[in-house]
Design a protein around this ligand. Structure first.
Ligand SMILES: CC(C)(COP(=O)(O)OP(=O)(O)OC[C@H]1O[C@@H](n2cnc3c(N)ncnc32)[C@H](O)[C@@H]1OP(=O)(O)O)[C@@H](O)C(=O)NCCC(=O)NCCS
Length: 151
């Protein structure tokens, strides 16, 4: 894979994100909140040349916690470490102001391809499983320095 580049998400990326994600989850593309929050929450895209092939972005969950609202890589570009780098960049962006990130994955979400558990991705990114239901997994990562209670 050549000409792969990561950069911060901007408002101009929202339509390409919608186009890419629609191929995977036609009913799940509700980006009004991204329009409202992209300027204040971490967001990263991955480009292959001029083409947007992956993204990750957060919403506010609590004053000191972000929710990883979505992370996605085009299927032709998977299993090459792009998801891992997106997650690392999101954590780097979040750490200066926030103490934690939570993420949820639901196997019940309707998608155009079979859902897989992204446990390896989150475990390598330093996330723990903090809640497991029959269909969903909630992952969390503390961004606080060891020993800090965040005040
Ligand atoms: C999850 C996803 C972003 C990972 O991107 P990636 O570039 O393939 O990630 P990396 O190469 O850095 O890491 C590979 C890991 O991603 C996860 N993964 C790979 N393909 C996946 C898929 N189709 N669905 C879910 N997770 C997947 C696995 O944990 C894998 O590691 P493992 O094989 O050791 O378990 C990508 O597979 C994807 O967009 N999947 C569909 C959407 C999705 O499930 N998003 C997660 C919502 S919480």
């Amino acid at each position: 894979m050549s000409d792969i580049r990561f950069r911060d998400l901007t408002a101009d990326d929202i339509d390409p994100i919608r186009a890419l994600y629609t191929t995977y989850r036609p009913a799940g593309v509700k980006l009004d909140r991204l329009r409202a929050e992209h300027a204040t929450c971490p967001g990263v895209v991955v480009m292959a040349g001029e083409r947007l092939v992956g993204f990750a972005y957060c919403y506010s969950f609590a004053p000191d916690i972000y929710e990883l609202a979505n992370i996605f890589v085009h299927r032709d570009f998977r299993d090459a470490g792009l998801g891992r780098t997106l997650l690392e960049r999101i954590c780097e962006r979040a750490a200066p102001t926030h103490n934690a990130i939570v993420a949820v994955n639901s196997l019940k979400a309707e998608t155009t391809e079979p859902k897989r558990r992204p446990d390896g991705l989150y475990a390598r990114g330093g996330f723990d499983v903090v809640l497991q239901t029959p269909h969903s997994t909630v992952y969390a990562k503390s961004l606080s320095p060891a020993g800090s209670d965040g005040g």
